[in-house]
Design a protein around this ligand. Structure first.
Ligand SMILES: [Zn+2]
Ligand SMILES: [Zn+2]
Length: 263
């Protein structure tokens, strides 16, 4: 069974755990090494059997614990060249053999899992989302996306489970304490996805075969879990899509480990 679990997801730290048969991968390690290990223990993941960490981009909420985990668990880190250049100095000492480079839009096999990084628009060196494949199913992880591009659509459609950014409520962002330039950055096509944008895309995903969507990477300052959920629920309802009947919709916690989702 292809399994997914969030160790934590939000603007202050992200780490996803995906496993299939004997292969276990982390996508991002943006919490402290200690928190990630505690979280993985809570879901009975076999920590000494993790095969590697795949990085989406170099922002600290995605790489904070990556260096520590690579050293502690003796595991490789995978990223594209531009992301490696941008994050290398922030990770501490990484064994040469643990510095693995991939190319975007190619599918790789790591043990029993297939994994494909695909380009997304975000204000970092070369950010990616990921498809993860078992023999039959596909999971997709897409956070830190400024807008929904054709490439994102192409890669996310047909995923049974999608972890999708629902970062901010536009009113909270505008009324909040961020500087004007930071507000513009968040709202730009290379920033983050708003609740409304995520909600609209949920409709397309369900029409294209997705059964379950987990809203992720919520802003601490500019969002609430209930608000993100309600926004998607309303847009889905306007399109005659009922949560619990036509799809499963949940919000991932910033601080807590999620349940195990099995496909
Ligand atoms: Zn980012
Ligand atoms: Zn982020």
């Amino acid at each position: 069974m292809l399994k997914y679990c969030s160790v934590g997801s939000g603007s202050s730290g992200n780490c996803h755990f995906v496993s299939y048969k004997d292969t276990n991968l982390l996508i991002d390690a943006g919490l402290s090494g200690k928190r990630i290990i505690t979280g993985l223990n809570d879901i009975d993941a076999e920590i000494d059997k993790i095969n590697g960490i795949f990085i989406t981009h170099e922002h600290s909420d995605h790489i904070k614990g990556a260096g520590i985990l690579s050293r502690k668990l003796d595991i490789p880190i995978f990223a594209n060249v531009k992301t490696w250049c941008a994050m290398k100095d922030k990770l501490g000492n990484i064994k040469e053999e643990h510095m693995k480079v991939f190319e975007n839009d190619k599918t790789y096999s790591i043990g029993d899992l297939g994994i494909k990084p695909f380009s997304i628009p975000h204000d970092s060196s070369d950010a990616v989302g990921y498809n993860l494949f078992s023999d039959k199913e596909k999971i997709s992880i897409a956070t830190d996306i400024g807008c929904i591009t054709d490439n994102i659509r192409k890669n996310l459609y047909d995923s049974k489970l999608v972890i999708l950014e629902s970062n901010y409520d536009p009113n909270m962002l505008m009324m909040g304490s961020y500087t004007y330039s930071l507000k513009r950055r968040v709202m730009s096509d290379c920033g983050h996805l708003s609740n409304e944008e995520a909600a609209k895309f949920c409709v397309d995903l369900i029409n294209e075969g997705t059964e379950s969507i987990l809203l992720a990477h919520l802003s601490r300052e500019n969002n609430f879990p209930d608000l993100a959920f309600a926004t998607s629920k309303n847009v889905l309802a306007n399109n005659n899509m009922i949560i619990g009947k036509d799809l499963n919709l949940e919000v991932l916690s910033r601080d807590k480990v999620s349940k195990n989702y099995g496909l």
